[in-house]
Design a protein around this ligand. Structure first.
Ligand SMILES: [Mg+2]
Length: 173
């Protein structure tokens, strides 16, 4: 069970303009330092956190994968802890690793697949979502306003425990 942080667990709508050139408030330069530093006060996306917690209670291993650099680990883990988000493992981008998010996360997937069978990814980024799907992982998509875009029942297959939790949260259709 894979969860992304920015735009998924973490509601970044108030700080997205620091890194998103298509945002009307974008300054002209992407400022990841400011974006990550200010994420400390960003709200949690509540429905994602509730889903995560229910999946953990149902016995799924929760792995958080983030393209944040490892230097943001203390801030990120404090943020998660303060919002009651519990997880089994977390992956960060190495410091000063300038590869695209999708490349970094493809590497995480290779590592994860040695130990885990991944039944679902929850993510908001189009190219990362495409990568999970290329690797046959069903994706629950988080929209630009933090809303849930229901996962296609066919893609989830016959994992009864997973279907039960997704149905309870009205996230499968
Ligand atoms: Mg994201």
């Amino acid at each position: 069970m894979i969860f992304d942080v920015d735009g998924t667990l973490c509601d970044v709508r108030e700080i997205r303009h620091h890194v998103d050139p298509s945002h009307p408030k974008f300054s002209g330069t992407r400022n990841f330092h400011r974006f990550h530093a200010q994420s400390e006060w960003a709200p949690v996306n509540r429905w994602v956190a509730r889903l995560l917690s229910d999946l953990a209670d149902s016995g799924f291993r929760i792995v958080i994968v983030t393209a944040r650099e490892a230097r943001w680990a203390p801030l990120t883990e404090r943020w998660l802890r303060e919002r009651g988000v519990e997880f089994d493992a977390i992956f960060y981008r190495p410091n000063n690793d300038g590869r695209k998010d999708v490349v970094v996360k493809t590497g995480f997937l290779k590592t994860l697949r040695r130990t885990d069978s991944i039944v679902l990814a929850v993510d908001d980024s189009a190219d990362v979502i495409a990568m999970w799907r290329q690797n046959s992982i069903p994706v629950l998509v988080v929209g630009l306003d933090g809303e849930a875009i229901k996962v296609d029942a066919e893609s989830v297959g016959s994992n009864a425990k997973l279907v039960k939790v997704l149905t309870k949260h009205n996230l499968i259709g």
